[in-house]
Design a protein around this ligand. Structure first.
Ligand code: GDP
Ligand code: MG
Ligand code: K
Length: 298
């Protein structure tokens, strides 16, 4: 037994109406103020933070894991897949009342490219006879090696505590990143930072790990000329990475900026002046104060 505090990120995926929001509401209770049905647009959108004396679970939204329909679609799918790689646990939720559908196959295909442990959550067990569960469990487990299978009723609360216990066991040791009642989102800033991050990853390929972060230091519309000023910092973990991101005589950073600016202008529907900086911050991922700076909090 270890007394170490645990914390980590958990993504809940699944077809619409399987009960994802209901589950979050049940877990987070009143504290979750920001749920909405707007299409979710960012990798790091925190949907809720559940804090106990022993662990903190940060539930984040993963956009684009259903088939994309809008113009940011491809981008979102990529973001979604990157997100799934970066979280500590994925909850794949299904509605036991429904058969295995196309949407599930699509999601399972995406999961096959990811090493993160995936829990299969069979929701709405209050609607079926217990005997009906086993065949469903078998069918899904033939398609994918789930790390755990947990039947619950998000609505009535059955087995939700057990699920939280299993989640806690899977989380790494880590700090309490958030005060439990502070959950906010900044959708536009997040997408902008993701667009920049995507360009860096794309242009530098394997040389830069996915652990870079992009901070939007300023995003301001100048009334006078309909121009949006964006000042952003790309955070890397090592000096060598800084050199790669900047490139020879700044060529790489310039190209990142050029490509990101075009996407940001499309997104915001406005001309953009984009200024990029690169900063080395060792081990940024492990520092709660940094996570806060990087938009994980207000
Ligand atoms: P989401 O689209 O995955 O976020 O699904 P929602 O949380 O919005 O739930 C969709 C519908 O399913 C709502 O009417 C919920 O009340 C209902 N629902 C969610 N969980 C359960 C459950 O465990 N049992 C039953 N019977 N209904 C549920
Ligand atoms: Mg929902
Ligand atoms: K996987």
């Amino acid at each position: 037994m270890s007394n170490q505090y645990k914390s980590g990120f958990i993504s809940i995926i699944g077809r619409p109406n399987v009960g994802k929001s209901t589950f979050l509401n049940r877990v987070i209770g009143q504290k979750i103020a920001i749920m909405s049905d707007k299409p979710q647009t960012t990798r790091n959108k925190v949907q809720g933070v559940y804090t106990t004396d022993e662990a903190q679970m940060i539930f984040i939204d993963t956009p684009g894991i259903h088939k994309p329909k809008h113009k940011l679609g491809d981008f979102m799918v990529k973001i979604a897949q990157n997100t799934l790689k970066e979280v500590d646990v994925i909850l794949f939720m299904i509605n036991v009342e429904e058969g295995l559908g196309k949407g599930d196959h699509y999601i399972i295909e995406k999961l096959k490219g990811v090493k993160t442990p995936v829990f299969l959550i069979l929701n709405k067990i209050d609607q079926v006879h217990p005997d009906e569960l086993l065949p469903i469990i078998q069918k899904y487990n033939e398609l994918y090696p789930f790390a755990a299978t947990v039947p619950i009723s998000a609505l009535e609360g059955n087995n939700v505590d057990q699920l939280l216990g299993l989640l806690k066991d899977r989380l790494p040791e880590g700090p309490q990143f958030y005060p439990a009642d502070q959950v906010t989102d900044h959708p536009e800033r997040f997408i902008v930072s993701e667009l920049i991050r995507e360009k860096v990853l794309h242009l530098t390929r394997e040389e830069i790990p996915h652990s870079i972060a992009v901070v939007i230091d300023k995003m301001e519309r100048k009334d006078s000329n309909n121009l949006i000023d964006v000042l952003a910092t790309i955070i890397v973990e090592r000096d060598s990475q800084k050199g790669i991101v900047i490139g020879k005589r700044g060529a790489m950073l310039k190209e990142v900026g050029k490509r990101a600016r075009i996407d940001i202008e499309n997104l915001l529907g406005s001309k953009v002046y984009l200024e990029l900086w690169v900063k080395v911050q060792k081990d940024w991922r492990n520092r709660a104060s940094n996570l806060k700076d990087y938009g994980f909090n207000d």
